[in-house]
Design a protein. Structure first.
Length: 147
């Protein structure tokens, strides 16, 4: 998968093809991927350091593009799942907007932030990170916290 392609991860839900179609309408390549089997991983100092670095990169980008105050929460998650042929892990970002935490909607990020190569390259340049994903789940059906 090229860096200029957005991978839509199909975990068996009904929306993967719809999301990929909407992405393609913006002139961006979208590829539907089935996730590989996750690898066994434990909470270690090294993994926490990588997660902290990824979170710092994401939060700085939200501030730099004046989006930080529009986002109610933005979990940055490290998942032991590779979306490429290389062994590694995926960083998942989930910016959401909410008033009282009873419902939440994903924050629509401008293409300049989603596709900016500096941000992408910084995250993918972290040790053992092979993919960067954007979670667009709303609440309901999802929760605000990433599970």
């Amino acid at each position: 998968m090229q860096h200029d392609t957005i991978a839509v991860i199909d975990f068996g839900g009904q929306y993967a093809h719809l999301i990929a179609t909407k992405i393609r309408r913006h002139g961006v390549r979208a590829e539907i991927r089935q996730p590989e089997d996750p690898v066994e991983a434990y909470t270690t100092r090294d993994r926490l350091d990588v997660l902290r670095e990824a979170d710092t990169i994401i939060m700085e980008a939200l501030r730099r593009f004046d989006l930080y105050d529009d986002v109610w929460q933005c979990p940055t998650v490290l998942v032991p799942l590779s979306l490429t042929d290389e062994p590694g892990e995926t960083v998942i970002v989930r910016p959401i907007r909410s008033q009282r935490a009873m419902t939440a909607t994903p924050v629509e990020l401008p293409a300049v932030l989603v596709l900016v190569s500096e941000l992408r390259d910084q995250v993918l340049g972290l040790d053992r990170i092979t993919a960067l994903a954007l979670d667009v789940t709303s609440k309901p059906p999802g929760t605000i916290e990433w599970e």
